[in-house]
Design a protein around this ligand. Structure first.
Ligand code: TEU
Ligand code: CA
Length: 558
């Protein structure tokens, strides 16, 4: 376990929408370099860079065609080297995104496999014959529809692609595939990056023989335990650790699709020889039906009670199972946190701050996503504005397979589409939010005129300045990253509260998650203690405590 990397603040950049340096409407690496001073001023320690490798953009970089070169629209290898060295000068580390469950169908390995049935690359992937004029099995793609795509010009032949049909699943059972992945890791680590976020790393192994899931059921089935956290996945990650990761001091984070705390311990517990941190997605799936984010049966209604349950389940599990979590409420796959869990209208400022305070006061490593530090919000996106394959595909699937009327299907997608997270970063109130001098590849949220970095830099009361305070507080005391956590007021319907402590220090955190005034009795001991964080002016610490909508306070008890 690497204490210094875990006790650090990570800022996620989705490069396409971060900053455009050369006026083509697309964010790029030089654009990131231009903003390094801003990131330094914020106080972050590490950048997690969503994929910047050559990609045909079927899944905006998560479909990689060449792992050793940079996407030309983002720049060149030289630009990447400059980014690494300029970041180093500012004491900022770079974590790249390893997408190795699948490659793009344009990757030379896959192209070779298509061209020549006898090529060794055929076994880099899953090519299988269909059964009874149907796909080889009944697995569903995580983006809807069958997980199999028919090979053109070949009879009855399919390949496996658990995401888009252009993201072809790699066969990790093939040792040559694994050594190619290790080569990629070493190449970038030697170039000076300090770690990897590993895309869907817990589904790299698939059940032997690729059998039907729930064969008696009709329709495509989620393969579930046939792909998630199989024993072999652990084996392969351990091999990667032995051969590469253990030689580098950086941070290796796994993206866990449907993981349990017991599995998290195996992936990243303090005795694990696999990774350093894990993300879980339970909070992101709150209010969704059992089929996931486009399962609208619960109408995305969620309660603070459920939110608290998930929160404490994982925070306590991280202690009981001896691992650390990557704590986040936003990323490139989910709508904006303030729009979902806060109130982006009447309480925009305070609710954005309340949510940020939760991320930073939690046990583990805080991750913030570009724009979260200024409280960027969701936007009403028309069908023409959608850029994401998942949104476009699931719009069809919802109508044809789930028989939803068009209007409802549209509302479901609008609410949950990943495009919400991908509108350009709002730097200033000049045209296109200062992201670019030309019309960007994607619509800019019109609220850039008042939600933007330059306004917030000069406003003491801004979300941006609050984020800076949270970062300082988190970094100053390792108690936040590593200390114990004890829930308080578990039964309270609006209040999310807990104690954070170790041998030497102790804090109490109170967050009103609602838009109402709430009341509770404050422990007498805390009344004269130091208030170290608050999102309203003049909070009073009194026994008959009243908290205003989305008020958050942190008291240093010891
Ligand atoms: O996401 C994996 C994942 O779990 C997705 O299915 C996620 O649930 C989905 O985006 C929800 O809408 C990772 C990446 O973060 C995502 O951007 C990629 O599209 C995906 O893997 C495939 O590489
Ligand atoms: Ca550009």
């Amino acid at each position: 376990m690497k204490k210094s990397s875990i006790h650090s603040v990570v800022y996620q950049i989705w490069p396409r929408s971060f900053n455009d340096s050369n006026d083509d409407g697309i964010g790029d690496i030089q654009g990131i370099i231009q903003k390094l001073d801003y990131l330094k001023y914020l106080g972050i320690d590490q950048i997690w860079l969503s994929p910047v490798f050559v990609s045909p953009n079927k899944d905006y970089g998560y479909d990689i065609q060449d792992y050793y070169n940079i996407q030309p629209e983002f720049g060149s290898l030289e630009d990447m080297d400059i980014l690494i060295s300029e970041s180093k000068k500012r004491d900022i580390k770079i974590i790249m995104d390893l997408v190795a469950n699948h490659t793009s169908d344009q990757h030379p390995w896959f192209q070779e496999a298509l061209k020549d049935k006898n090529s060794k690359y055929r076994d880099f992937y899953f090519f299988r014959e269909g059964k009874n004029n149907q796909e080889p099995n009944n697995w569903i793609s995580l983006f809807g529809g069958s997980a199999w795509t028919k090979v053109k010009n070949e009879d009855n032949m399919y390949y496996l692609s658990l995401f888009t049909p252009q993201q072809t699943d790699l066969n990790w059972d093939n040792p040559e595939v694994r050594s190619e992945i290790e080569k990629i890791l070493r190449f970038w680590l030697e170039r000076g990056i300090s770690g990897f976020r590993m895309d869907v790393i817990n589904i790299i192994s698939k059940k032997e023989g690729l059998p039907d899931k729930n064969p008696h059921k009709k329709g495509y089935q989620f393969a579930d335990d046939y792909i998630v956290s199989r024993e072999k996945s652990h084996e392969y990650i351990q091999e990667m650790y032995d051969n590469v990761l253990k030689d580098y001091p950086g941070l290796f984070i796994g993206e866990g699709l449907l993981i349990s705390p017991e599995q998290a311990r195996r992936y990243c517990g303090s005795n694990s020889k696999e990774l350093d941190l894990m993300f879980h997605f339970d909070t992101m799936l709150i209010g969704c039906g059992p089929l996931g984010k486009y399962d609208f049966r619960k109408l995305y209604r969620w309660s603070i009670k459920e939110f608290k349950e998930i929160y404490f389940k994982w925070q306590l599990a991280s202690i009981n199972h001896d691992f650390y979590l990557g704590n986040f409420l936003s990323n490139h796959d989910n709508g904006r946190a303030v729009s979902r869990f806060g109130n982006d209208k009447a309480f925009h400022n305070v609710s954005a701050k309340a949510l940020l305070s939760l991320i930073f006061m939690s046990r583990g490593t805080p991750f913030i996503y570009q724009g979260e530090e200024i409280g960027m919000t969701n936007i009403k996106l028309d069908v023409e504005d959608w850029k994401d394959f998942e949104a476009i595909n699931d719009y069809e699937v919802l109508q044809t397979m789930m028989h939803l009327p068009k209007g409802i299907a549209k509302r479901v997608i609008q609410k949950m589409t990943r495009d919400q997270a991908r509108t350009p970063m709002q730097w200033s109130d000049s045209d296109y939010g200062g992201f670019s001098n030309v019309k960007p590849w994607m619509i800019v949220n019109p609220n850039y005129s008042y939600i933007n970095v330059s306004h917030q830099q000069v406003d003491n009361n801004s979300i941006l300045n609050f984020t800076k305070l949270c970062i300082e507080l988190y970094k100053k005391d390792p108690c936040f990253a590593f200390g114990q956590i004890e829930p308080l007021y578990l039964e309270h319907k609006q209040l999310l509260a807990f104690r954070r402590f170790n041998e030497s220090t102790e804090y109490v955190v109170y967050i009103n998650m609602s838009n109402k005034y709430i009341h509770f009795k404050l422990n007498n001991e805390y009344i004269n203690k130091e208030l170290v964080l608050s999102n309203y002016s003049n909070p009073l610490l009194i026994e008959k405590m009243i908290m205003r909508p989305y008020e958050t306070i942190v008291i240093k008890v010891k």
